[in-house]
Write a protein that binds this ligand. Structure first.
Ligand code: NAP
Ligand code: ZN
Length: 346
């Protein structure tokens, strides 16, 4: 099936209209008519090949929501017309310990990413959600609860699960103090989800102009990181720090804000390494950890949690031809708080 898409032909080119072929669904596959696709900073890192090993032309997009348009003969979990989502991966080996544990994102044979990857078996490139249709194995498809507005649900498939998973894994509790660093797509979901888990949330941001928004999103406090006093004032305060920043910055300064045994979680993935001093970790037995998206089971749990707690993304809906502009604005930190492509605009 000939399907319109937006693609980066090379790491140096802007995204432009392109046409891809989507196969008819196999026995276990679901064909999804994509309604909306969120724009993640990882799309920019990959479309510009900042992490290396990019496969071009590239059709980004891994925050996909839409309706089931057709199903294969053996599909049991979905019917035509169901509202569904697809996140950052569409397959994994299904045999390793991680896959057995429902942590497919850590598949030791490597997950098959929704784009910028190759399919198991055929080795053909995968193309993502900046398009109108995708075909995915039913085991890697999520059910989107009806109570979440569909356009505002799209960012949950990456931004939502990326913050939800480590907060659960590392044990954020009601009443804990957490700092969310960077108020962009991931950061604003971090505020909402941590708040829904009962934590007290402080936003640490380079953009003083986001103060009002941060409080409206549910943060208890906002502190500008440009103020030197901020780091003195907040020293030793937090049980957790969730760092969502997309560009290199000094982790050491933030580690000092953790209390004894506190945990700083890196989810933002800058393209350059940052020097780390042992001191702030040793003094206070602090932890510096990372986390990658979340597995299928946990992603479904997150979607149901968001429905239950009335959590959805704050979005700016754009037509596909505004995607390059959206990238430029995101790089400047000018996103409130996720761009979502309206796929009817293709
Ligand atoms: P985003 O919407 O562009 O937000 C990033 C925010 O970081 C900006 O809004 C800005 O917030 C802050 N920031 C940007 N440049 C900065 C700088 N030089 N110094 C300090 N702060 C800066 O990006 P996103 O989509 O949330 O993604 C964030 C990062 O997470 C990206 O690196 C992305 O690849 C990564 N990611 C990781 C996973 C995972 O599984 N671990 C999943 C998805 C995305 P303020 O204006 O508030 O400072
Ligand atoms: Zn993403």
């Amino acid at each position: 099936m000939s399907t319109p898409a937006y693609a980066a032909e090379t790491p140096k080119s802007s995204l432009a209209p392109w046409t891809i072929e989507r196969r008819a669904p196999g026995p276990n596959e679901v064909q999804i008519e994509i309604r909306y696709c969120g724009v993640c900073h990882s799309d920019i890192h990959q479309a510009r090949d900042e992490w290396g090993r990019g496969i071009f032309p590239m059709v980004p997009g891994h925050e996909i929501v839409g309706e089931v348009g057709a199903i294969g003969s053996a599909v049991t979990r979905y019917r035509v017309g169901d509202t569904v989502g697809v996140g950052c991966f569409v397959d994994s080996c299904r045999e390793c310990g991680a896959c057995h544990d429902g942590e497919e994102q850590y598949c030791t044979a490597g997950m098959t990413a929704t784009y910028n990857s190759v399919e198991r078996g055929t080795r053909t490139p995968t193309y993502g959600g900046y398009s109108t249709r995708i075909v995915v194995d039913e085991n890697y498809v999520l059910r989107v609860p009806a109570s979440i507005p569909l356009d505002r649900a799209a960012p949950l498939l990456c931004a939502g699960i990326t913050v939800y998973s480590p907060l659960r894994h590392y044990g954020l509790k009601a009443g804990d103090n957490i700092a969310v660093v960077g108020l962009g797509g991931l950061g604003h979901m971090g505020v909402k989800i941590a708040r829904a888990m009962g934590a007290k949330v402080t936003v640490l941001s380079t953009s003083p102009s986001k103060r009002e928004d941060a409080l409206a999103l549910g943060a208890d406090a906002f502190e500008a990181t440009s103020e030197k006093l901020t780091f003195r004032k907040l020293a030793g305060k937090f049980d957790f720090i969730l760092d969502t920043v997309s560009a290199p910055h000094d982790y050491n300064a933030y580690l000092g804000l953790l209390r004894r045994d506190g945990t700083m979680i890196l989810v933002g993935m800058p393209d350059q390494p940052v020097p780390l001093a042992a001191g702030p970790l040793i003094m206070g037995r602090r932890r510096l950890v990372g986390s990658l998206i979340g597995g299928i089971r946990e992603t479904q749990e997150m979607l149901d949690f968001c429905a239950e707690h009335d959590v959805a993304s704050d979005i700016e809906l754009i037509p596909a031809n505004k995607i390059n502009e959206a990238y430029e604005r995101m790089i400047k930190g000018d996103v409130r708080y996720r761009f979502v492509i309206d796929c009817a605009s293709f």
